[in-house]
Design a binder for this molecule. Structure first.
Ligand SMILES: *[C@@H]1O[C@H](CO)[C@@H](O)[C@H](O)[C@H]1NC(C)=O
Length: 192
């Protein structure tokens, strides 16, 4: 009798542990930002971020489509073949004399790929060459965290949930069959 109740309580403990692990992972995947990690950031374009238009994610005109100037191009290590398109990151300038003090972080949405340039050294201009983790930010976004004269600054970043309306809308078969990364397409499907 004692042994059967012991094994019962063991199974119960075992099941409870499994459930705890599963629910923890679920919660971590959905709600919690990733830990802060080290990267670097540069900027591109001018104060109007006009150069952020028509990025590799196919978002077209970022003002018309609601992304504004808080956008960044990701090195291919982060870009992950386009799976990072639309993901959001908090970015804070880290241990540089060019960092603005009193600015905790700024938030950007990934809208473009920063392609590698192998004719430049990875530590002198080829900032987006793999395996570098790099954010090439629209200039107005960069100017929120650091003096633009810096050119490049170390940053800490973490991925957060992208939310604007806190609503998720899933639409199937929106992109035309011939769509590929870099192409902009129109659709009749829309947000209400
Ligand atoms: C790559 O780097 C070289 C050398 O600095 C430069 O001349 C060239 O314009 C760069 N290519 C691109 C696509 O930016």
């Amino acid at each position: 009798m004692a042994s059967s109740s012991q094994s019962w309580s063991f199974s119960f403990f075992f099941m409870a542990s499994i459930l705890a692990i599963i629910s923890q992972q679920k919660v971590a995947g959905v709600f919690w930002p990733s830990p802060w990690q080290l990267a670097h950031a540069t900027f591109y374009g001018d104060d109007t971020a006009s150069a952020t238009m028509g990025g590799a994610c196919g978002y077209g005109n970022l003002f018309v489509n609601g992304y504004g100037t808080d956008t960044a191009a990701l090195s291919s290590t982060l870009f992950n073949n386009g799976y990072a398109c639309g993901t959001c990151y908090q970015i804070k300038c880290y241990q540089s004399k060019w960092c603005f003090t009193g600015v905790p972080f700024t938030t950007v949405t990934a809208t473009n790929l920063c392609p590698p340039n192998w004719s430049q050294d990875s530590n002198a201009g080829g900032w987006c060459n793999p395996p570098r983790v790099h954010f090439d930010m629209a200039k107005p976004a960069f100017m929120k965290i650091a003096e633009w004269k810096a050119g490049i600054v170390p940053v800490m970043y973490r991925r957060i949930t992208s939310y604007t309306t806190r609503e998720t809308i899933i639409a199937w078969n929106v992109a035309p069959a011939n769509w590929q990364v870099g192409l902009t397409y129109g659709t009749s499907l829309n947000f209400r």
